[in-house]
Ligand binder design. Sequence first.
Ligand code: SF4
Length: 299
Amino acid sequence: MSAEMLDFDQIETYLACPQKWEYTHALEIRPEENTQSFNRRGKLLRIALLTTFNSVEGSSEAAAQMAINFVDRQWDRFTDDGLYLSDRQEEFDKSVTKRALQTYLENYWDDHLSSAVEHGTATGIQVAGRTVKTGVDLLSRQNNGHFVVYDYVPTLRGITFSHPQENKADQYLTQEEYSGGYISSILRAELAIRGVSEDQDVDTNDVSYVVVGLHESVTTTDGSGIDGVAVEPELRDLTEWHSEYSESNHELLEATVSNITQADTTIPESWRSGLLQSTCRYCEYKDMCKPRFNWGVEF
Ligand code: SF4
């Protein structure tokens, strides 16, 4: 593949907010470290899983123990004291992280891992003159030859099934109730399914895409704090969105890649209220993006 490479993370950031894409990818301004706690947790969970996939042959219990040991060893590298109000809060968070890995590995090891063909890899396709790549956490091949891509996130928040009326993905760009960020997960699924189908030389209908939310449904079952915590990983299959809306999704992917190539940071008018209500609030650049909707800020 000779075309210039574009990582899907750029598309994800662009769909969250084109101005944020400019800060992150065009100007390469690094936000404050402690604003990245959620991302770092996601990274820790993913690395722990991929390390475990790489190293263990045998029982799900052995895999779970290896993942737990990894988190114990690496925790301090992925967090800092400033993230927590108290030691107990940090302990709780660490406990939930370990329990999430343990529950996933003990419950899904046979189903997801026994048929694994690759993990911690990437796939890509040509879109609007660029090679767009996305990571693939785990690729499994079932007995009937069907492939399943599994990707891991801390929770399924933001991983959506929602679709605007008339089933046109690009309508996300013109409807107030949908900001672009809501469609990132669907476009990532679209890209992964097409990429794996090309890599494996199979039809796109022979590839599924599933996101695993590891921290989903955290509950303290008996009110006793850390020891009483229950963690239920949750799976969300986005394959149907590919089957039903593939062309529309791909058109939006192409339009977004073209905008990025042209460094177009125009924010659709219809996104403003959604951005102000949610995205800006959690944005790492909100302090410098004054007054948040002043796109003309110069450096
Ligand atoms: S503060 Fe809001 S407008 Fe500014 S970069 Fe962040 S999300 Fe975009």
